[in-house]
Design a protein around this ligand. Structure first.
Ligand SMILES: Nc1ncnc2c1ncn2[C@@H]1O[C@H](COP(=O)(O)OP(=O)(O)OP(=O)(O)O)[C@@H](O)[C@H]1O
Length: 312
């Protein structure tokens, strides 16, 4: 069982009269990647900033293991904020060493680590180059290095993949996994569901400031990834609407998608296909994290029946 490093209990935050974050609780564990997901404006950055003490939450507790005071001890935490931005006319190495110094990390060790990471991220020889001479993706890599230079116990990454090409996304993904495998507790927010599906161990999906889904990736997949059956052929949607275990039907031209109940027994279910249906192609898959997300964001219930790890 992985050890909990950070616990957030009943976090609440309002701006003026509007409650943005309501009663959010979660934990981040050593060696695990926890993803915080949600549509634009759901409250992810507000949750992260409240947790980090960058803004004062109105309600709730943030407890860092082994730390007597409330809140997060800054030397032990690495943070890649949503707003990128490094001083434009400062050399990469100087920026990284500045961040190391802020965290009281030894300069010599930081320099050696920085050179190692620059090489790893394809930025070898760029240590004396200033940020303005780098591309956006390269600058993001430099900022990522600055956030991990002091070997943080807890790493918080707000949208780490945005603006990166697919190759760089893979490099980041591998690095984040490696940091977790070496014991770092990682909390990340991202809109790239395919990447989250690949790397996250735990999920917290929030919508309108409230927890909608919470649990391990395995639990979420098992409990929310219902089956869907896609049929290609000239069919009326109504042909399938009354089939057993069909929750909803979507029609797009000659493609009909049937969303099925969670506990459907597929071998039996397929025998109920109407004789009149025209089937040029038929596939049965589980709905993806992307579809779960879109279903929540658009408030369309694709995941009825069966409840969830923590369905609020
Ligand atoms: N300083 C602020 N003053 C007032 N309202 C704010 C402030 N910062 C954020 N909000 C509001 O809080 C809500 C949540 O914003 P937040 O940035 O936490 O969302 P998010 O989930 O990180 O979104 P995104 O995916 O777009 O980054 C939004 O409705 C936003 O308008």
């Amino acid at each position: 069982m992985n050890q909990t490093l950070l616990t957030v209990d009943n976090l609440g935050k309002s701006y003026k009269d509007k409650q943005i974050v309501k009663d959010i609780s979660f934990s981040v564990k050593k060696g695990m990647i926890t993803a915080i997901l949600g549509p634009n404006g759901a409250g992810k950055s507000t949750t992260i900033r409240s947790m980090m003490g960058i803004m004062q939450p109105d309600e709730g507790d943030v407890q860092y293991q082994g730390h007597p005071k409330q809140g997060v001890p800054h030397q032990k935490v690495g943070y890649l904020p949503e707003e990128r931005g490094l001083y434009k006319n400062v050399k990469i190495m100087d920026i990284i060493l500045y961040f190391a110094d802020l965290k009281d990390y030894p300069k010599k060790k930081a320099k050696a680590r920085a050179l190692e990471y620059l090489k790893k991220f394809g930025l070898e020889g760029k240590d004396k180059v200033s940020v303005e001479e780098l591309s956006k993706g390269m600058a993001q890599k430099a900022q990522f290095i600055a956030s991990i230079i002091h070997e943080p116990e807890l790493l918080i990454l707000d949208e780490p993949f945005s603006g990166l090409d697919p190759v760089s996304q893979d490099v980041f993904k591998r690095e984040i996994r490696e940091l977790a495998d070496n014991g770092t507790a990682i909390l990340l927010s991202s809109h790239q569901m395919n990447l989250i599906e690949e790397i996250a161990d735990d999920l917290l999906l929030i919508h309108k400031g409230k927890t909608v889904i919470q649990g391990s990736m395995e639990e979420v997949k098992e409990q929310y990834s219902n089956y869907k059956c896609t049929i290609v052929g000239e069919n009326e949607a109504s042909l399938f609407e009354n089939l057993p275990s069909v929750q909803s039907v979507e029609q797009d031209g000659n493609r009909t998608v049937l969303y099925l109940e969670k506990d459907v027994h597929l071998p039996t279910w397929v025998t109920h296909m109407p004789q009149a249906s025209i089937i040029q192609e038929m596939t049965i898959d589980r709905i993806s994290l992307h579809e779960i997300f879109v279903g929540i964001a658009t408030e369309k219930d694709l995941m009825k029946s069966g409840g969830g790890a923590n369905h609020a």
